[in-house]
Design a binder for this molecule. Sequence first.
Ligand SMILES: Nc1ncnc2c1ncn2[C@@H]1O[C@H](COP(=O)(O)OP(=O)(O)OP(=O)(O)O)[C@@H](O)[C@H]1O
Ligand SMILES: *[C@@H]1O[C@H](CO)[C@@H](O)[C@H](O)[C@H]1NC(C)=O
Ligand SMILES: *[C@@H]1O[C@H](CO)[C@@H](O)[C@H](O)[C@H]1NC(C)=O
Ligand SMILES: *[C@@H]1O[C@H](CO)[C@@H](O)[C@H](O)[C@H]1NC(C)=O
Ligand SMILES: *[C@@H]1O[C@H](CO)[C@@H](O)[C@H](O)[C@H]1NC(C)=O
Length: 329
Amino acid sequence: MVAHVGLISLSVSLLSMPCLPRIGFTKRRPFPMAALSDDPVQEWILTEGKATRITGIRPVGGGCINLANRYDTDAGSFFVKTNRSIGPPMFEAEAIGLDAMYETRTIRVPKPFKVGPLRNRGSYIIMEYIEFGSSRSNQSVLGRKLAEMHKAGKSDKGFGFPVNNTVGSTPQINTWCSDWIQFYGEHRLGYQLKLAQDQYGDSTIYQRGQRLIKNMAPLFEDIVIEPCLLHGDLWSGNITSDKNGEPVILDPACYYGHNEAEFGMSWCAGFGGSFYTSYFEVMPKRPGFEKRRDLYLLYHYLNHYNLFGSGYRSSAISIIDDYLRMLNA
Ligand SMILES: Nc1ncnc2c1ncn2[C@@H]1O[C@H](COP(=O)(O)OP(=O)(O)OP(=O)(O)O)[C@@H](O)[C@H]1O
Ligand SMILES: *[C@@H]1O[C@H](CO)[C@@H](O)[C@H](O)[C@H]1NC(C)=O
Ligand SMILES: *[C@@H]1O[C@H](CO)[C@@H](O)[C@H](O)[C@H]1NC(C)=O
Ligand SMILES: *[C@@H]1O[C@H](CO)[C@@H](O)[C@H](O)[C@H]1NC(C)=O
Ligand SMILES: *[C@@H]1O[C@H](CO)[C@@H](O)[C@H](O)[C@H]1NC(C)=O
């Protein structure tokens, strides 16, 4: 997952380059080294980060827009992402999500340290660097720790989150709401349905989806739904393990929601039987879990339809149609 490309000399100011070359960067910058105070990332690392020396900066995987770098220092390593084109809110939302998960002291997530604007344009986030292990995390431990996070992460404001964030690149609205069915109908399914109508002119899916939203309450009969802290975009690409084999989750789209909604990406997560067994030992399975499962997949299928196009439309439509039949709606 992580491609460590050659060590880059500190005589260049990395953050002034729009896109790092991937391999064997040796070219000299035509102007002298930037003063320390020109680079807020180095400035933070060398003050609040408690380092006295940065010994190396290496690009980590990544594309051209969000640069990801590992900073090695005498106070340990830091993981830094920068985006040259947008301001701090995206990284602020990521940091607030990481911090909420971190504070549960359950499953391992990188501790966020600092978010801020770059000098001219753009923004950065500095967080704990985690050395990843080579093995896939133990499914049973993953299930238990995720459930512990859901159990520990409580909200006294209902369902939602202090900030809006994104799922993939789609906005995710987290305006507080005391009623889960209303929240999930309006801010999750409803938002995606509207987006499909707006960008594809797909009024069929919009109307059928709205009909489902208006009729879905019976799926939640006989259960009490408590707001739980969710990762929000949990699939195999965002699950890894550290050097000790402990599970680590990354890149969240956090909010407080029904714990079962966490399994909405399970079609891409590869959760095994031992994952669910351990999960339900901590967060017992509630009546109707199976009949709500597809409803929670639907949000992510709709999001994939909106992000990647019509390949995901039929999955979404067939879930909606099955529910409309089941609910006689
Ligand atoms: N805290 C961390 N410590 C070490 N490596 C990390 C950390 N967080 C993410 N990574 C690695 O850095 C890379 C970029 O992560 P990032 O969160 O920026 O995802 P991304 O830019 O959306 O990734 P991609 O460009 O692959 O879609 C990934 O390969 C990830 O494994
Ligand atoms: C950086 O911001 C731009 C502009 O919003 C966005 O298109 C891009 O996806 C961002 N980079 C990443 C990897 O998120
Ligand atoms: C996973 O962890 C559980 C509980 O700690 C342990 O019993 C089991 O042997 C582990 N499985 C693997 C494949 O290591
Ligand atoms: C989230 O987005 C909604 C809809 O655009 C907006 O009304 C709300 O104020 C935003 N919330 C925050 C905390 O910015
Ligand atoms: C987490 O998942 C999102 C897609 O939902 C993806 O864009 C991102 O690259 C993933 N994160 C990592 C660290 O791979």
